[in-house]
Design a protein. Structure first.
Length: 451
């Protein structure tokens, strides 16, 4: 694993640009100001959104909840359709070049602060969540192997991003996606010819069980895909530098390819749940049931997806702070400085590690729910949302994410006890319904634009 990681890191340098400029470093344009091809754009979108936490979470949900769990996480990848729709609408109707700019134009400093706050938290969480998965591949939490691998992967991702920024991230995404697809094919082939089988009766029982928490997650995903892509600049940043037609095609093809990849990997969880004895973790199930060859492929997929997401996250962080927020003078030195600082923050946030990887997705998705009314009402139907309504939605989303965090960690169960809810994912669904209901209610009732 270590040898592959080092070779992979060295190989990445064959694809990068040694020289760059502001348009390449912050906006992703290739040499001579050219935009990437449709294939490169599609691969870049897919590989940066299939990060290691996504793969692992999808498989874990399928491991515990069967096919509904696999479908639940795959549903989040409809975000490519809603996110693509958002990007294309704001480009055409509002003539802006970022999500942040739209909310700043609509709500002034309030929009700028709330969205930038959420984007920063999202970017930091993507860094430490992927690094945690990397650490777990190499060793137990807190071990020397765990810590060393985290630092090594962080340095590899930072190195070539540091040189060329967004441009190098896109260039390396292309070959990383090719390797990812080859490994995915090998994984599926090996599992097909292995002794792992899916018991049809067990699968049917999981589907027929209406109390399966996976169904609650599917509903949550359909509610959150209208805001989830908006708070992830890693996706939306790739929607503003190619032609309108190419962007539209890229997001659609990315939806098809990413959904197929994430669902295929999640099936691994179903296979392992059938083969494993009860009460063992997903990671232990991999080692016990898959053997060295298939386990090696699984871990390589997680590693590649971690590296490809980390470099993109650093590039988006640099663009956000320097280019979008203008907190520093727009030059490459400051862009590299931001990358370094976010790397340090990501490493520091590892102390907030949670064993439930879906919790981070659910919390950030809930926190972003306040953006839904603006997307649906303003962007799609051109119905203005007042600043007061927007602010109320923001407060509700923050409160909802805090409540779910407390519930999921077992710190306080007042909400689920009050409504007699059976599972934390049912709690999550009700919280999101409450937020959206009152957000749309205030959007129609409160018309005063001042705050």
């Amino acid at each position: 694993m270590l040898t592959f990681t080092l070779i992979f890191g060295i190989f990445s340098f064959l694809f990068i640009s040694r020289r760059t400029n502001n348009s390449g470093f912050f906006l992703g344009y290739m040499e001579n100001g050219k935009e990437p091809s449709l294939l490169v754009l599609t691969f870049s979108l897919v590989t940066t959104w299939i990060f290691s936490r996504s793969l692992l979470t999808a498989a874990i949900l399928a491991y515990y909840y069967g096919l509904p769990g696999a479908i639940a996480y795959t549903t989040y990848y409809f975000s490519f359709l809603t996110g693509g729709l958002f990007v294309l609408k704001v480009r055409k109707k509002f003539k802006v070049n970022s999500t942040l700019k739209l909310f700043e134009n609509e709500y002034g400093y309030l929009g700028k602060f709330t969205v930038s706050f959420l984007l920063v938290i999202r970017l930091i969480s993507e860094i430490f969540a992927n690094l945690i998965v990397v650490g777990l591949i190499f060793g137990n939490e807190g071990s020397m192997e765990y810590n060393f691998s985290i630092i090594l992967i962080m340095l590899i991702s930072l190195s070539y991003s540091f040189i060329g920024g967004f441009r190098n991230s896109i260039k390396t995404d292309f070959f990383q996606m090719i390797i990812f697809l080859i490994l995915m094919f090998l994984l599926i082939s090996n599992i097909y010819f292995s002794d792992l089988k899916i018991e049809i009766n067990t699968l049917i029982n999981n589907i027929n069980n209406t109390s399966n928490p996976g169904y609650a997650l599917i509903a949550v995903a359909f509610l959150q895909i209208w805001s989830y892509p908006l708070h992830d600049p890693v996706m939306t940043d790739r929607g503003f530098f190619c032609s309108y037609k190419k962007t539209k095609q890229g997001f659609f093809y990315a939806f098809l390819l990413s959904s197929a990849c994430i669902f295929s990997f999640s099936l691994l969880g179903i296979f392992l749940s059938e083969a494993s004895i009860s009460n063992i973790s997903f990671f232990n199930a991999i080692g016990i049931n898959l053997g060295k060859n298939i386990s090696f492929i699984v871990f390589l997929l997680l590693l590649i997806s971690a590296i490809s997401t980390l470099d993109s996250t650093l590039s988006s962080a640099s663009k956000l702070i320097v280019s979008d927020l203008n907190l520093l003078k727009k030059n490459i030195f400051n862009g590299r400085l931001v990358m370094f600082l976010f790397s340090i923050l990501g490493l520091l946030f590892i102390i907030f590690n949670t064993k439930d990887l879906f919790t981070a997705v659910a919390i950030s998705g809930t926190a972003a729910t306040f953006m839904t009314t603006t997307f649906i009402l303003k962007v799609i139907f051109n119905i203005s949302v007042s600043r007061i309504s927007y602010f109320i939605s923001f407060l509700l989303s923050m409160l909802g994410s805090i409540v779910y965090y407390l519930e999921s960690q077992g710190i306080n169960n007042s909400f689920s006890s009050l409504f007699e809810l059976s599972h934390k994912y049912v709690t999550l669904l009700l919280i999101n319904i409450f937020i959206l209901f009152f957000s749309f209610l205030t959007a129609f009732l409160v018309k005063n634009k001042s705050l």
